[in-house]
Design a binder for this molecule. Structure first.
Ligand code: ZN
Length: 365
């Protein structure tokens, strides 16, 4: 196993509008290049992993001994050659050269590449384009036959001696595969991975902004009123007192959504001294809140609810209530959880004089 993995992280990221080099931006909570380091270590396929960067000082973390950080050159080809020259003293059999901007390759792909090197000098992963390709020669535009076109990815795998020989000729190649093509040398193409796409633009790594909100509500139980919970009419001897129908579940959800949006509370939008809200049904109160979400480009990720009462038993109505919330909020049933909780007969709720509810939600932009 005298194999080496060279990770090129010294690119200038001209298309990537950020102050730090792109390879140092966080992607899934780690610097972009670190994904390649971790996977190559985990694969156990390499004697050394060489990380080529512009500025070694930016690497603060201590990696295992087999990871070596070296300074690269201005162009990609230069950095790759610096990497190859560095490992020459170890007399490598195989070398894989990889762009740090592709963090999503699989360890299985590494295995396949190395396996194919037994019979080939160069093994390159490719994928077929899904978009139609045109090309232009002077003023003429041509259609490129998609069946005969493919896109090359990295890691690209080589017998060390072959790639070294080509690289020291100092051609300014886009990638190592193109040097083989220029010199009419045979390449073995294998299936690449669609997920292994290159992170080129900042939009590629922007994660949706996520916010959380919490809501609480409690209403006193009174005789001769219908009981509504989560928009569902629940048969019971009492209902919830309030200016509206007293639906504690919907009120707690409304407050949690407003909280996540940083838009104050339910009382701001439905003051209980205003006549037109008298006896309003709570699903109606939910509508302007959902419009607010929409207007601000938010969507709900999930909802978790605690209903706190001695009776009625939540388990009897859970399915119905979740179904009702799902259609009211246009949210998949699997994203809604409803828990039932008693207060061990303690206090107002325990004496069956009130029902309370708390809700927490997560929304993303
Ligand atoms: Zn309420």
């Amino acid at each position: 196993m005298n194999n080496y993995f060279i990770i090129l992280a010294s690119g200038q990221s001209k298309r990537f509008n950020a102050t730090n080099p792109k390879q140092f931006n966080l992607y899934k909570n780690k610097p972009l290049f670190e994904h390649s380091i971790e996977k190559s270590i985990k694969s156990n396929l390499f004697k050394k992993i060489i990380l080529v960067v512009n500025n070694k000082k930016l690497i603060k973390k201590k990696y295992p001994k087999k990871v070596v950080v070296i300074k690269g050159g201005k162009e990609r080809s230069k950095s790759s050659l610096i990497g190859l020259k560095y490992i020459k003293k170890f007399k490598p059999n195989y070398v894989l050269i990889h762009d740090a901007a592709r963090p999503n390759f699989s360890i299985n792909l590494l295995r396949k590449l190395i396996d194919q090197l037994k019979k080939n000098n160069a093994v390159i992963p490719i994928i077929r384009p899904t978009d139609a390709i045109k090309y232009q020669i002077k003023n003429e535009i041509y259609n490129l036959n998609r069946e005969n076109s493919f896109l090359t990815q990295t890691p690209q795998a080589f017998k060390f001696n072959k790639i070294y020989e080509l690289s020291i000729k100092k051609e300014n190649a886009q990638d190592e595969a193109s040097m083989f093509i220029k010199n009419n040398l045979k390449i073995k193409f294998i299936n690449g991975e669609i997920l292994n796409k290159k992170i080129t633009y900042k939009e590629d790594v922007l994660l949706p902004k996520t916010y959380y909100g919490i809501g609480f509500d409690i209403h006193r139980l009174i005789k001769n009123k219908k009981l509504y919970l989560g928009g569902v009419k629940v048969p019971y001897h009492s209902g919830l007192k309030g200016h509206s129908d007293g639906d504690v579940i919907l009120h707690a959800i409304i407050d949690s959504l407003l909280g996540a949006m940083k838009k104050k509370d339910i009382g701001t939008y439905f003051p209980d001294n205003i006549k037109k809200f008298k006896n309003i049904r709570s699903p109606k109160m939910m509508m302007p809140i959902l419009n607010m979400l929409k207007k601000n480009n938010f969507y709900i990720n999930n909802l978790d609810i605690n209903m706190i009462c001695e009776k009625p038993k939540v388990s009897l109505y859970r399915k119905k209530i979740i179904q009702s919330l799902s259609s009211l909020l246009s949210l998949d049933k699997n994203k809604i959880n409803l828990k039932g909780k008693t207060t061990e007969k303690l206090g107002l709720i325990g004496k069956e004089n009130a029902i309370a509810c708390e809700a927490i939600c997560s929304i993303s932009e």
